[in-house]
Design a protein around this ligand. Structure first.
Ligand code: ASP
Length: 592
């Protein structure tokens, strides 16, 4: 990347090579370090593109230049001019792009001074994330953070280009809009001119993009900020970015095909191959095989249903499950964990409990051929042999069981599978891309004791299930697809309802009275009555995808100014109190 004109410098600090030797150049940047060696001074100068060594020799520059070089300290911005020359014998640095050359400085301009930064501006620093966030502008100077932001910029540009090339139109939608549920709590913005009334910040542009389809835009996209007022889990932020996409006059395979083209094109531009067509796993296949609807298929350890092995077991718990309707015994085989000591294995029960298990049965195959297990004495040789064969267990492996309903056993072992992969450090080479499709339309929300939309309330049910919407809602499938990357839900979408009557039936099932549905979604219901076309779309979680592309494990590291898990911006100290005058203008009073 070159920043080659309209600038105080002629080159960047990452640019000069042996080819430039003999040229007179100007660089600008920050002093990373200054080294004084018996009357000679070396300065490492850093900008966003890299690092260049600048050399000051009192015999070859003026006393003023040398004196100025003696005053500069780390993180002072300076401008230097001089001749590019080969570094002296033995001083070249093969680990640095500019390591063959140095700048023999003949002019220096100190552009500003700097306080000593609170942490070193280097990649491998040991400092708290809080301090990095408080001084984010210094953190961004670190090469790794800068490369994360560059990668994000490159990928965002690539996906915009890929969409633009395929006739998608970028349309901006408002940030001040109406509260519409997308499964999370809204951020509200009080209206000054209409006291007691509120805008909501969009959880996504979902309804607006559907309205754009009614408006005939046909292919829409937007790099859109989304806002969800959730309690923040590790990988969440109250505001995040989606590449939001919608198409009309399409069927599900058209949308998925277009998305595969766009995504593989954009990934290729940042050096990642995404082979198409992508594998498709149904929701239930994903659950039954990996125990999760966003599987990382690189880590193996698939779930096996071993119910039939234990129909006549001497182990009561297994036998009664094997003979009960809807009950399953499932297992995973963790390679190498069988050599663990008993207490270490027993501790896994706590982990399983966090995924809903009441206990954890296990069988460890020791490397000397012995079997260790609290339940071994209840199991026959035939059961043990059948288990070993079904699981493909080798000496040194550990089998973990879950007993219960289908979803329950899936979820317990899905959680254990990811846990064991982390603990065993099972290598994850390359990237893992797939679709998970055919999600159920609804799930039962225990907390609210009500049906809830699995994706969102505007999802098109499978045509063949429409008859049983009211009679057997949980058995209804939907036109949905999640894009799974490396075990993360990196995107998701579906076909939309484009019929007002069907939309009203779904809202009713979700607990909306016609009046409330009207109050909240009247504008959507109206629009659906004016020739809404068949439509479907998708949203890609840009932060998360960039995190995975950069090989990071926190989305904060691909965001310039992220918030902490309590929703604070440590740099500006937002959220903060406001004046009474501001509250009065909004006709608001706090109850604190
Ligand atoms: N609006 C949905 C979401 O934010 C994505 C979609 O269905 O397009 O999850």
């Amino acid at each position: 990347m070159a920043i080659d004109s309209h600038s105080m410098h002629t080159h960047t600090c990452g640019e000069l090579r042996a080819d430039n030797i003999g040229q007179t150049v100007t660089l600008t940047g920050w002093v990373r370090a200054r080294r004084d060696f018996g009357g000679l001074i070396f300065i490492d100068l850093r900008d966003r593109e890299g690092l260049t060594q600048v050399f000051f020799d009192p015999d070859l520059c003026s006393p003023e230049v040398f004196a100025a070089a003696e005053t500069v300290r780390p993180e002072w911005p300076i401008l230097v001019e001089g001749e590019v020359r080969h570094r002296i014998e033995g001083q070249t640095n093969p680990n640095l792009a500019t390591g063959e050359i140095e700048l023999l400085c003949t002019r220096v301009e100190v552009l500003n001074s700097s306080k000593t930064p609170p942490f070193q501006i280097e990649d491998h620093i040991e400092t708290s994330e809080d301090l990095r966030l408080k001084y984010r502008y210094l953190d961004i100077r670190r090469p790794k953070m800068m490369s994360n932001l560059k990668l994000r910029s490159d990928f965002t540009f690539a996906i915009r280009q890929a969409l633009h090339d395929r006739a998608f139109m970028e349309v901006e939608t408002p940030a001040l809009f109406k509260s519409t549920p997308e499964g999370a709590r809204d951020f509200l913005v009080p209206s000054r001119t209409q006291p007691g009334h509120f805008y909501a910040l969009p959880q996504s542009p979902q309804l607006l993009k559907q309205l754009l389809m009614v408006g005939g835009v046909e292919r829409y996209y937007q790099v859109a900020k989304c806002f969800r007022d959730e309690d923040l889990r590790a990988d969440r932020q109250p505001e995040f970015t989606q590449v939001d996409i919608e198409m009309s006059f399409v069927e599900q395979d058209d949308v998925m095909g277009a998305l595969e083209d766009v995504l593989s094109d954009a990934f290729a531009k940042v050096g990642v191959e995404m082979p198409t067509p992508l594998r498709r796993l149904s929701y239930w296949d994903a659950m039954d095989t990996y125990g999760i609807d966003k599987p990382d298929t690189r880590i193996g350890m698939e779930l096996h249903d071993v119910t039939s092995i234990f129909a006549e077991s001497g182990f009561k718990l297994f036998a009664s499950a094997a003979n009960a309707e809807g009950q399953h015994i499932k297992a995973i085989c963790a390679p190498g964990a069988g050599v663990w000591g008993r207490s270490k294995i027993d501790k896994l029960a706590d982990v399983a409990a966090s995924f809903g298990a009441k206990g954890l049965a296990w069988v460890a195959f020791k490397e000397n051929g012995a079997v260790q297990s609290p339940i071994a004495k209840f199991l026959s040789d035939a059961e043990m042999d059948a288990l070993k064969a079904e699981m493909g267990a080798n000496p040194g492996d550990l089998i973990l069981f879950a007993v219960g309903g289908r979803l329950q056993t899936d979820e317990i072992l899905g959680g254990m599978r990811n846990h064991m992969a982390d603990v065993l450090e099972i290598p994850r080479e390359g990237h893992d891309f797939l679709w998970v499709v055919d999600f159920p339309l609804f799930h039962w929300d225990e907390e609210r004791q009500a049906y809830a939309a699995e994706h969102q309330p505007f999802t098109q049910p499978n045509e063949e299930d429409i008859d049983k919407l009211e009679t057997d809602p949980l058995a209804c499938g939907s036109h949905t697809y999640d894009f799974v990357m490396d075990g993360y839900e990196a995107g998701g979408g579906g076909m939309r309802i484009h019929n007002a009557e069907l939309q009203m039936r779904i809202l009713k099932l979700l607990g909306f009275t016609p009046e409330r549905a009207r109050a909240q979604f009247g504008f959507l219901m109206d629009a659906l009555e004016y020739g809404a076309p068949p439509m479907g779309g998708f949203a890609l979680g840009l932060d998360r995808v960039c995190m995975l592309l950069a090989g990071l494990d926190s989305i904060r590291d691909v965001m310039a100014f992220p918030k902490t898990s309590s929703g604070s911006d440590l740099m500006s100290e937002a959220p903060s109190e406001v004046t009474d005058a501001q509250l009065n203008e909004l006709s608001l009073r706090t109850t604190l």
